[in-house]
Design a protein around this ligand. Structure first.
Ligand code: FAD
Length: 517
């Protein structure tokens, strides 16, 4: 613990010195940015918010924050920094909603571009047989949902939480319970407009500048700034049947999940989570889920056992209710959950998709939202999920989980291997998300250090047992680790970097490349 504290203080001191050094050595940087003719504006004073993110663990002050009003504001700024050449230390980070975990959207002593300022550019809907919408890269998914519903359509693939930007999730993948059928969000984009690391504005798609298109999708912000995206849509349902059933045995739970994601599942959303050491009645769910409890289910006692909850959703319109009820009954009868544990709720579509926001409001009111979030997200091959679950839920996370632990499989066939994201080498792999919150300054099992040690133990086990996992929302400190993460795809990733951001000025907070100086 002493070492970690020392390291943290050292990093903070180092970065403070970097900020001072940059200001002293490059006073002309500030004035040169000030003279750029742009529609929006630079802020050199109010920059603290750009040094904050959801992870609440890393904080690097930028030199300036750009609030762009147009794509050309972004292009001019990036080109300006590009033209300074390798002699300048200045870097540029696009900041979406700042919901990164380890400073990925920050630019120490650099320029942060507040992408949400671009939202004013509006959304353009195209309905018809293949509906889509053109949106700004700084648009929040919740806004896209609200606007789409006015046209009777909606995007197909989501994240569990919608107060994230298009550019932010497309730079990772964007995974939720619809991914088994539609793939992640990066599989549901037709076209992008991107500002490269040379300040060029380029349109790209599968047919046009396809290498840039696939580089940027899942590209961790390394190859360009997404200023516009064309998102595929489908007809939107009115309502959702939201179902949870419980298992006491992981193997049975996983078998049912895999059965549901293969072939023609009637469900539109399939996820699951682990319930660790909860006692008493299971009617106190962590989210907005308010089941119309059948009496038996609300009497089910977890009694501290580790349980596995399968979560399903079926979309429907009100005039289809009777048929949908019959279909659900028949599908559920083929599953092997504990029979008395069927929890069911019926909610409007928007309420289902925006469900995590309800938890956010509750947590904010208790001061529990803006706390450190030492999250760990892993992609695990199907053949290794049993051994993973056995060890992690049997030996490491036995007392408490400090937050939700999600676990669900997806089909690799729905992912495009031309994108930059790295996934395991099997037809089916699981997303396992340890979404921990730490109690500030606690030294107990709910404190940051304890959770970080647990995360480390999980990663060490994966390494020793050679599980072939990949981190999602990856975080590494050295290029050696990044090379191991990308494996055989590192060369392509590095080649793409030298093509589109040769000075390595973009998204320095990912710590993959160092700007050449
Ligand atoms: P930021 O944190 O602002 O940026 C992330 C990275 O992308 C940075 O490197 C940044 O420089 C870069 N970037 C941002 N905008 C652009 C752009 N326009 N062009 C190029 N690069 C850009 N993820 C899932 O897949 N599924 C989930 O269900 C899910 N649930 C979540 C729930 C919560 C409560 C939170 C906090 C996060 C969740 N995430 C989930 C993770 C989330 O998708 C990522 O953290 C995402 O990066 C956040 O988007 P953002 O707009 O806040 O991006």
């Amino acid at each position: 613990q002493g070492n970690m504290l020392f390291l943290r203080s050292f990093v903070i001191l180092f970065l403070s010195c970097m900020t001072i050094k940059t200001n002293l050595c490059f006073p002309s940087l500030l004035s040169s940015l000030k003279t750029l003719p742009i529609d929006g504006h630079f802020d050199f004073e109010q920059v603290r918010h750009a040094a904050k993110d959801f992870g609440n663990r890393y904080s690097f002050l930028p030199l300036a924050v750009l609030h762009p009003k147009s794509v050309s504001d972004i292009a001019s700024t990036v080109k300006h920094v590009w033209l300074m050449g390798p002699g300048s230390e200045l870097t540029v980070a696009a900041r979406g909603h700042g919901h990164s975990l380890q400073g990925q959207a920050q630019a120490p002593a650099g320029v942060v571009i507040n992408m949400e300022s671009l939202q004013g550019l509006g959304m353009q809907f195209h309905t018809g047989n293949f509906p889509y919408v053109d949106v700004s890269g700084g648009e929040l998914w919740i806004n896209i949902l609200r606007q789409s519903l006015k046209h009777g359509v909606a995007p197909k693939s989501w994240t569990d939480y919608l107060h994230l930007t298009v550019g932010g999730t497309l730079s990772n993948a964007g995974i939720s319970g619809q991914a088994f059928r539609h793939g992640p969000q990066i599989s549901n984009v037709h076209q992008l407009e991107v500002v490269t690391g040379k300040g060029e504005v380029v349109n790209c798609s599968e047919k046009q500048n396809s290498d840039l298109f696939y580089s940027v999708l899942g590209g961790l912000g390394q190859f360009g700034i997404i200023t516009r995206a064309r998102i595929s849509l489908e007809p939107a349902p009115e309502m959702v049947k939201w179902i949870r059933v419980l298992y006491t045995d992981f193997a049975t739970f996983a078998k049912d999940q895999e059965k549901l994601i293969s072939g023609e599942s009637m469900f539109d959303y399939i996820e699951g989570f682990v319930i660790i050491n909860r006692t008493g009645l299971l009617n106190n769910w962590r989210s907005s889920f308010n089941p119309q409890d059948p009496v038996q289910a609300s009497k089910f006692k977890s009694d501290g056992r580790t349980l596995y909850c399968l979560e399903l959703a079926k979309y429907f319109n009100r005039d289809e209710t009777a048929g949908v009820n019959r279909g659900i009954k028949s599908s559920l009868s083929q599953l092997n959950h504990v029979p008395s544990t069927l929890f069911l709720a019926e909610v409007p579509y928007i309420e289902f998709l925006d469900r995590v926001h309800i938890s956010e409001i509750k947590l904010r009111s208790k001061g529990l939202w803006e706390v450190p979030h030492p999250w760990l997200n892993l992609l695990i091959p199907r053949s290794k999920i049993q051994i993973f679950a056995q060890h992690v839920f049997g030996n490491i996370l036995t007392d408490t989980s400090n937050g939700p632990v999600l676990i669900y499989p997806v089909n690799k066939s729905k992912w495009d291997n031309r994108t930059s994201v790295v996934i395991p080498e099997e037809d089916v792999f699981y997303l396992v998300a340890f979404l921990s919150s730490a109690v500030p300054s606690s030294t107990g099992t709910d404190g940051l250090d304890h959770i970080l040690i647990q995360n480390k133990r999980i990663l060490e086990f994966c390494e020793i047992a050679c599980l072939g996992i990949k981190q999602y929302l990856p975080h590494y400190s050295t290029q050696r680790e990044w090379k191991a993460h990308f494996g055989s795809r590192w060369e392509v990733f590095a080649r793409r970097k030298s093509s589109y951001d040769p000075l390595a000025m973009l998204a320095p907070g990912q710590r993959i490349f160092q700007k050449a100086i």
